[in-house]
Design a protein around this ligand. Structure first.
Ligand SMILES: Cc1ncc(COP(=O)(O)O)c(C=O)c1O
Length: 497
């Protein structure tokens, strides 16, 4: 097979050059919508590069909205009748330490539970995709184990069955973990809370990706910790060079980050970036708390390696849960606290003794049946399709100049509107129409991202959701008209308390 030449002296990375070659073939019609791209192995022979470089090139094309993977079938050219919107610009927060204010995420929680709201705000999984019957069956079976197991307090560290199943599943993250290294928690939220409480003191500074998941800010607030936002990109996640600069100039106790499919920006840190973060933890003596609730939801079916898999010092604490993949209401998560394990278990015992046993046993039994891998493939596929549909619809409904993230996993998108738009006003106006969205300022301790919005794409795509997105577009048009005519509208109650 003849090699397609690349300019190896050029500073443009080979993956970008390959992406440009393939994009030309798509643009000039050689590879029309729906056609299949060469397999990674074949393309690596065609271009004379490693398979990893091809995977990176295909990732670039996915972020540009040109191709999409179909698990176990390969990569295909997307239907590109809708011109793909650009990705949001990498964020550039000022290197400043912030106290974390209380915030009213309660309103989003209330929206998610209200029957009459179209809930695009909370990052909830689609209930109809969850294995409800199988979990119900396993719950019943677990209760038959008898009251000594299911009615009495369980062990603080969690049941042996679930810890064993999790240790097996964690092989997908590249981590070799013994069951006795795992502590079962009430969701990833408690895992991160315990990890931070065990390794920091009130007043300490914690670096976070910016924007970051609002629940992380709530934990910092509850523990009296201060936040240091670090710039983050919707493609590669947290900026490792900026993190390094921050660690050189500020006294930082810990870093909390979502490395795979950040919420809300959607980026995914490269393997090299993960190794660098693990190395920085060692050099700067900081604890890294890795929140991996979305790792199982990679659209290509490959769980990215955990940062912990690059760490040999015990400075990286891995946290995750079954919230996004099985049942948020079960409140089952876990952490691998390493040397902080004794303190984490002591704190958990003092706080709530143990996590509920019946749901732990039900999940352990469900995992042992082997149905989980098939289940998450179904969820990955559904979220990939729904995210694509949401992006296309936002692209045609929102004003010119709107930028939209195109994540390769998870279920949320981040929308950066031109600066003149006000996401808090959109939140209020949309709520009045029965539509819930998550405004940008929810994801930061300062007053940034007022022109940004996060939407959850997990729900099945319906005409109701399509028309809700169109209505959001109309509300933005109203804002634009007011802006042009200089008309001011009275602001209703602010989102922050
Ligand atoms: C990044 C991230 N971490 C943690 C959580 C919460 O996890 P849990 O419900 O398991 O506490 C969420 C929920 O939206 C999330 O998006």
């Amino acid at each position: 097979m003849a090699r397609i030449p690349l300019d190896r002296a050029n500073r443009t990375p080979l993956s970008e050059q390959i992406a440009s070659h393939v994009q030309q073939l798509i643009d000039n019609g050689t590879m029309p919508s729906g056609s299949r791209l060469p397999s990674v192995r074949r393309a690596s022979t065609m271009f004379g590069v490693s398979p990893g470089t091809i995977v990176d090139a295909y990732r670039v094309l996915q972020h540009r909205g040109r191709i999409q993977p179909r698990p176990q079938s390969g990569y295909f050219v997307r239907d590109h009748r809708v011109r793909p919107a650009e990705e949001p610009r990498p964020t550039r927060p000022r290197l400043r330490i912030h106290d974390v204010p209380h915030r009213l995420a309660e309103r989003l929680h209330a929206h998610a539970r209200a029957d009459n709201m179209i809930a695009l705000g909370m990052a909830q999984p689609d209930r109809s995709l969850m294995p409800v019957e199988a979990l119900t069956r396993q719950l019943h079976r677990s209760m038959r184990d008898g009251p000594a197991r299911t009615i009495d307090y369980g062990p603080t560290e969690g049941t042996a069955e679930l810890r064993t199943e999790i240790a097996r599943r964690m092989l997908d993250t590249g981590c070799l973990v013994r069951p006795d290294e795992i502590v079962i928690t009430n969701g990833a939220t408690e895992a991160m809370y315990l990890a931070l409480k065990a390794t920091t003191r009130p007043g300490d500074v914690v670096a976070v990706d910016s924007p970051t998941y609002h629940g992380i800010l709530d934990i910092l607030c509850a523990l009296d910790l201060r936040a240091l936002p670090i710039s983050t990109c919707s493609i590669d996640g947290i900026s490792v060079p900026d993190l390094e600069r921050a660690l050189q100039t500020r006294r930082v106790a810990a870093l909390v980050l979502v490395a795979s499919f950040t919420n809300p920006l959607g980026g995914c840190l490269s393997d090299h970036g993960r190794a660098r973060v693990a190395a920085l933890a060692r050099t700067h003596h900081i604890t890294v708390i890795e929140d991996d609730v979305y790792g199982d939801l990679a659209f290509d079916g490959c769980h990215p390696p955990a940062i912990r898999s690059f760490d040999d010092t015990g400075r990286v604490i891995y946290c995750a849960s079954f919230t996004k993949t099985l049942a948020p209401g079960f409140r089952v998560g876990w952490c691998v606290p390493g040397p902080a394990g004794d303190e984490v278990r002591r704190l958990k015992r003092k706080m709530n003794v143990a996590t509920g046993v019946p749901q732990q046993l039900a999940i352990a039994r469900y995992l042992a049946t082997g149905g989980y891998a098939r289940h998450i493939r179904k969820v990955q596929r559904a979220y990939m399709e729904r995210t694509g549909l949401m992006i296309d619809h936002v692209s045609v409904s929102f004003p010119e100049g709107t930028r939209i993230s195109r994540p390769l996993g998870g279920s949320v998108i981040w929308i950066e509107l031109p600066d003149r738009f006000d996401a808090l006003r959109l939140f209020e106006d949309a709520e009045a129409l029965g539509i819930s969205i998550a405004p940008g300022p929810l994801f930061t301790p300062d007053d940034a991202y007022r022109n940004c919005v996060r939407l959850n794409c997990a729900n099945p795509w319906t005409t109701q959701i399509a028309s809700a997105v169109s209505r959001l577009g109309m509300l933005l048009k109203e804002q634009d008209d007011d802006h042009t005519t200089g008309r001011k509208r009275a602001r209703r109650a602010p989102v922050h308390a």
